[in-house]
Design a protein around this ligand. Sequence first.
Ligand code: TRP
Length: 336
Amino acid sequence: MKNKRLMAAIAVIGMVIGVSFIKDISSQSQSDKKQEIPTVGILQYVSHPALDDIYKGMVDALAKEGFKDGETVRLVFQNGQADQSKLTSMSQHLINEKSDVLVGIATPAAQALANQTQTTPIILGAISDPQSAGLVTSNERPGGNVTGVSDQAPVKAQMELVKQLLPEKKMMGILYSSAEDNSAYQVKKISEEASRSGYEVRKYPVPSTNEISQMMQVMAREVDFVYVPTDNTMANAMQTIVDVANQHHIPVIPSVDTMVEQGGLATVGINQYELGVQTGKMVADVLTGKSQPATTPIYTFETGDIIINKKQADNFGITLTSDLVKQAKIVGGESK
Ligand code: TRP
C-alpha cells in the first residue's frame, strides 16, 4: 500500500516535470524562431532606375514567397554609390550582420561580395555575364557559393530593330565605362553581332562619368548613332547622354527599357522589375534549402520586349509602322 502511494506520487511528480520540460522546450523553440528569422544582406552598386526596379522586384518576390521584411525575414540593404571602397566595407558589414544569403545587384557589387566570402550563398541580381566577371566557374554549373540571374541583352533582336528604325545609319559607336567588367563583355558581344548585321563599329570607352559629355560630342561627329550597353555608369548618367545627343541630333540606342524611358530612342530589353522578381525567387529557394548555388545554373531570359520612345521617334522623323506600335511598349520620355 505504502509502496503504491509512493509510486503514484513519483508518477505525478514525473508527469509535472515532464510537462514543464515540454513546455520549456516549446517556449524555447518559439523564442528561437523569433531570433531565427533569416537575414538577407543586399548590396546594390549604385542608384539608377534599372537597379532600383530590380531591388523592388526582389523585395516583392521575397514577400510573395513568404519572406516579408521585418516579419519573416530581415533585409539589410546597402548602396555602394559607385564607390569601390564603400563596396568593400559594406560587404564586410553585411557579413558581420550574419546574413544567411547575400544579394549583389550589378557586377561590381557582386564582385565585392564574392571577394569577402566563399561560404555564404550569394545570389546575383542581373549580372551581364557571371562567368566572364569571375563570379562562377561556369554559368551552367556555378560550382561555388554563387548563382543568380543574368540580364544578357538580346543583341540580335536589338540590331534588327535598329535596322527597321534607322535604315540609313551604318556607323555605330558604343559608349561605355572602361571600369565595368559587364560592359567589356557586352561590347565584345554587340560588336560581333553588329558587324554580322552589316554595321561598322567604333568603341568609345570612358574612365568615369566626367568624360561622358565630351566623348558624346566626339561621337556626334564620328558616328551615326550611339549604342549604350547595360552599363551602370551610363545608366546613372543617362540624362547627360540624352542632353548632348539631342543637341547634336544623334539617336541613342540603349539596351534596357528604363534607359528608353530616360530618353533613349528604342530597344529590345528585359524588364528590370522581372529580373528582380527572378532574383527574389532564387533567394527564397536558397533560404528554404530547396536549392544550392553550386548546382543551380545562372538563370537567363530568352526574350525581351520592344520599347520605343515616341517623342524621340518624332524627333528623328521616324514613322512607326502599325505592326511595330502593336508589338511595342510606347513611352514618352525626355526630348527637346
Ligand atoms: N547587368 C549590369 C551589371 O552586370 C547591371 C544592370 C542591370 C544594369 N540592369 C541594368 C546596368 C540596366 C545598366 C542598366 O552590372
